[in-house]
Design a protein around this ligand. Structure first.
Ligand code: GLC
Length: 746
């Protein structure tokens, strides 16, 4: 007796099998096909003539009516880059008119809120920015809120989290990641997946998460997106795979392959990667989706397929289940199945996984918008969360002579800089929002300054507009100011009319402040006004002169729609800054790559003519209070196989309440192969009132001490290990793993 696939009490797996049995070949292939939404399709056709790369979707000769008819025939199983609730509704209703009424997956890149929705949505701090909070619970709640706004508007799939390790600040996409550390990327990615796919929200607000990009796109050879990755198996195993393992263990239901090749084989045609590694080794059971046009690029870019047909065949065989995006794939697969070049079982396998995912998130029960978008999208709770995402994440990098927090007395405060009064604080994968929904840097300062201060704005113009005239004009204003708050950096806002300098495919050959921002800062500094620098953007910048000469520097990242509010409160002291960097600030592009977890020999020799130490190291971030660490207690010796108990006391010895991130790193002092100078093993964010002390306990499992020996086998080698507390090793103790047990365990 065949299961009833419409019965929600039956498991998703069995419902998928039952439905698959009833489908024709065409209907099965249709599930593998993803198109862009109607808006991007029509935009693509308008841009077709001027379109010199394939970053816009161009479906020649297809009109909206054609796509709706194909959908009604069950030849399209998903849509991405859908821009409005209405579009989602139109597409979904067409899918529901298909013979078996299989709903489509409506997808978007909602990586820090449903921020690509044309009608607006809550825009949280970008992933790199809220990673500075080191707050897993915050990441989960951002994902839950995003999922609520997605399902409220008829969307069920987000291409998030991006757990690429950001190892190169030239890469435009650092802002989408959680930084350079594999543990932190994995933990925050897993927290987001739990939030997106959360059963707790009475089910109807679950969406499919998508862990991406598999694999190693964040460590491009030359900082350029797509560029080849020549990466050792050791690096893959030590750094790139672990965040995906954590995400898969957290239940990620979809995974996106990476644009790039690794070691000569493009990810999209890499059966070892997509089947042996992703599925057999890491245990992934969901659907794998291609990235944008990357199946076709096996032919057009990587040149490993002599035709698009061959590319499609290679990708399906390698393990790509869903094709992003557009026409041609359907016919190609159908033809190759019918002529025997592709086994029908490959189509069944891919289709089954897609159906299983659709059942998993209740798509058959709830294919359309939940009808609550009015009360859910941009609701007060979400906007409060957006504020929290900024408040917890902004990093105070420098505060000489405690110039901050600013006094609310009678001061003349100039606010200027290209990021002071625009929406660059939203970051990439976000559209410009309604003005009154965004608190800019200038807004936040004006709201917080209090009546005694006179706050005035002198516009420098956008990044690309800063010229001699603007510099002179702003400097004249600065000469009348006691304090000059200068908001500079980069602009990743996806639909910005000004120059975008960071974000997807916006990679740079240097990481200086773009344009003449540094000239602007120097000129203002020369007037004698006390300069407070506010850095905006989705990556570390080489601000060596500023670090040497400017007394106060904050890295706001891309703090989202409430970023200015959080910044204002931090500048005037009603909020105590607590963000800690998750990506090292190198002194220049020439210093790259420079993750904290480098090998011991990295700086055996250093540069002539330039300093080599990080401008601002991984984990740093100042507070308006002080934290003291003491009484680090660890065993002197550890029996082979035993866990390691670590305890320590952290005290707020300052006058203000504050939040601290306690970081526990471990070093394998001597090993048969080289190992990182240290690796993060635990972290915990704690709130401490002035004078309050807290005893924290951590337990490392024995296998967390393991390394990959020269054969890449996992082993814990006896000998000395160091426990190092804080980004700056404020406490260090050594323990020894005893030899004895090692022999017993062989
Ligand atoms: C892009 C990105 C990917 C994104 C996809 C859909 O090329 O690489 O991260 O999810 O296309 O927009």
């Amino acid at each position: 007796m065949r299961d009833n696939y419409l019965d929600p009490t039956v498991s998703a797996e069995r419902r998928a099998s039952s439905l698959l049995e009833q489908m024709t070949l065409k209907e099965k292939i249709g599930q593998l096909c993803q198109f862009v939404g109607l808006g991007p399709m029509e935009e693509g056709q308008r841009l077709a003539e001027s379109n010199d790369d394939d970053s816009t979707a161009v479906y020649p000769d297809l009109r909206k009516a054609d796509v709706l008819r194909m959908t009604e025939r069950g030849e399209i199983g998903s849509f991405l880059s859908v821009q409005t609730q209405e579009e989602a509704d139109t597409l979904q209703r067409a899918a529901l008119r298909s013979r078996l009424s299989i709903p489509a997956l409506i997808a978007t890149d909602a990586i820090h809120g449903h921020a690509m929705l044309k009608s607006g949505a809550t825009v949280f701090a970008s992933p790199l920015t809220y990673s500075f909070s080191w707050d897993k619970n915050l990441a989960c709640r951002i994902a839950q809120a995003t999922a609520r706004e997605l399902r409220a508007t008829g969307f069920q799939w987000t291409f998030s989290p991006n757990v690429d390790l950001a190892l190169d600040a030239r890469w435009g996409r650092c802002g989408e990641t959680f930084g350079e550390d594999p543990l932190l990327a994995g933990e925050l990615g897993a927290a987001m997946i739990e939030g997106y796919q959360d059963e707790g929200l009475n089910g109807e607000s679950r969406v499919l998460a998508c862990v991406k990009h598999f694999i190693a796109g964040g460590d491009p050879a030359d900082g350029l997106n797509f560029s080849p990755m020549d990466v050792s198996d050791r690096s893959l195993q030590e750094f790139h795979f672990p965040p995906f393992k954590k995400a898969i263990d957290a239940g990620a239901l979809t995974c996106m392959a990476a644009h790039n090749e690794i070691n000569g084989v493009p990810c999209h045609g890499n059966e070892w990667l997509l089947r042996d590694k992703l599925r057999d080794d890491l245990g992934f059971g969901g659907l794998t989706v291609s990235d944008w046009n990357d199946v076709a690029r096996l032919h057009s870019l990587h040149k490993v397929a002599e035709s698009f047909d061959e590319a499609n065949c290679i990708a399906l065989r390698a393990g790509i289940d869903m094709y992003m995006h557009g026409p041609g794939y359907f016919e190609s697969i159908e033809k190759q199945v019918l002529d025997g070049r592709i086994g029908g079982a490959l189509v069944d396998e891919a289709c089954w996984r897609i159906l299983m995912c659709k059942f998993k998130i209740g798509l058959f029960e709830q294919p359309l918008a939940l009808g609550n978008s009015e009360t859910v999208v941009l609701c007060e709770a979400h906007r409060d969360l957006a504020y929290e995402s900024a408040r917890e994440s902004i990093v105070l990098l420098k505060n000489e002579n405690e110039i901050l927090p600013l006094k609310k007395g009678s001061q003349r405060i100039l606010v200027t800089g290209p990021c002071a009064d625009d929406q660059s604080i939203l970051g990439d994968w976000a559209l410009t929002q309604e003005r009154d929904l965004v608190t800019t840097v200038l807004d936040g300062i004006k709201n917080e300054a209090g009546s005694g201060c006179s706050v005035f704005h002198s516009s420098s113009g956008a990044i690309e507009k800063i010229d001699d005239e603007a510099i002179e004009r702003v400097s004249r204003a600065a000469a009348k100011a006691d304090i000059a708050i200068v908001a500079v950096g980069e602009n990743g806002l996806r639909d910005s009319v000004s120059l975008r300098t960071c974000g997807e495919n916006l990679d740079r050959s240097d990481i200086e402040l773009p344009g003449r921002q540094l000239d602007l800062i120097k000129s203002i500094h020369a007037t004698g006004a006390e300069v407070v620098l506010v850095l905006v953007g989705g990556r570390p910048l080489a601000i060596e002169w500023c670090a040497d000469n400017i007394p106060a520097i904050l890295f706001a990242g891309e703090p989202g729609m409430a970023g200015g509010k959080a910044l204002g409160k931090i500048l005037f002291g009603s909020v105590n800054p607590s963000g800690k960097l998750t990506m090292t600030f190198p002194r220049s592009a020439g210093h790259l790559k420079y993750p904290y977890h480098h090998r011991p020999s990295k700086f055996f020799r250093t540069y002539i003519l330039s300093r080599h130490k990080a401008l601002y190291p991984f984990g740093c971030g100042l507070s308006y209070t002080e934290f003291e660490y003491s009484s680090l207690t660890i065993p002197e010796e550890v029996e082979y196989g035993d866990s390691v108990s670590i305890s320590l006391t952290v005290k707020n010895s300052g006058k203000l309440a504050g939040e601290e991130v306690v970081m526990v790193f471990v070093t394998d002092c001597y090993s048969s192969v080289t190992t990182p100078v240290k690796l993060l093993k635990r972290f915990e964010r704690v709130l401490l009132q002035s004078g309050e002390a807290l005893r924290l306990e951590f337990t490392l499992k024995f296998n967390e001490l393991e390394l990959l020996d020269e054969n890449l086998d996992r082993v814990v080698e006896p000998g000395d290990f160091q426990v190092r507390i804080g980004y700056d090793d404020c406490l260090v103790e050594t323990f020894r793993v005893l030899e004895a047990g090692a022999k017993l365990l062989g």
